[in-house]
Ligand binder design. Sequence first.
Ligand code: 48F
Length: 258
Amino acid sequence: MREIDITRGIIENHVEELMQSLKSDVVIVGAGPSGLVAGGFLAEMGINVTILEKKLAPGGGIWGGGMGYKYVIIQDEAKSVLDDYEIPSKPFENNLHAVDALALASGLIFGAAKRGAKIFNLVVVEDLLVREGRVNGVVINNTFAMMNHFPVDPITMEAKAVVDATGHDHDIVRTFSNKNDVSLNTPNGKPLGERSMFAEPAEDAVVTNTTEVYPGLYVCGMSTAAVYGGYRMGPIFGGMLLSGRKLADMLVEVCGNR
Ligand code: 48F
């Protein structure tokens, strides 16, 4: 066994996957629950999908459960997504189910990867590629360079559709709206901002507002609340799973038609 062979095995395989992602059908920014579900279902339907996550561990806001108590709740309507990903849950009451947050995070990550989504961690999306009034890719950099404010220039990936699945921050839509004189598909053309906690309407709105916010740019999960003025919902996750599934169904059509 030679150390140099181990190194080559890592570099060759990473670069091979990266090359396949340079032109994706769909790039999803953020590997939280909504992005992982969308990516997994898209990959299962034969779409070339890349998920980019700036942190070391994908999983987003799942890991901490509710204030560090390690269970999260999902409602009946979203149970079929858990079943598809073979993630166990316990019936609780009033059509609710309790899910171990660690099982949910790891199950969604593995579920997306095994369906063929290419997930890259330690990659920050810092900007978008925009051409002729349409988003057609992402501008990416290395997390360590960004954390240290090193003056390292980014590189790019092209995609037919880019998804902001960055959660409360709505990092991609916010940056895009701040940097460009563009009108988003919202009532005032700008992100409306998230509202305080009110779980039931929040859960419905996350799914309703999973949509195209600008040609080629989509929102799912919690970023829909920040973009469309939805309430927050706390540690109930069914809306995130259903938002990811809705987005996958929307994008499979889009990718087929483009
Ligand atoms: O926040 P997050 O889990 O997104 P989500 O799918 O789920 C929201 C819930 O976790 C929770 C909630 C539920 O009921 O309210 O908050 O909407 O995951 C977002 C991921 O995006 C990454 C971030 O590190 C996190 O893992 N992210 C954010 N900005 C960027 C990014 C960026 N610019 N580039 C790459 N990754």
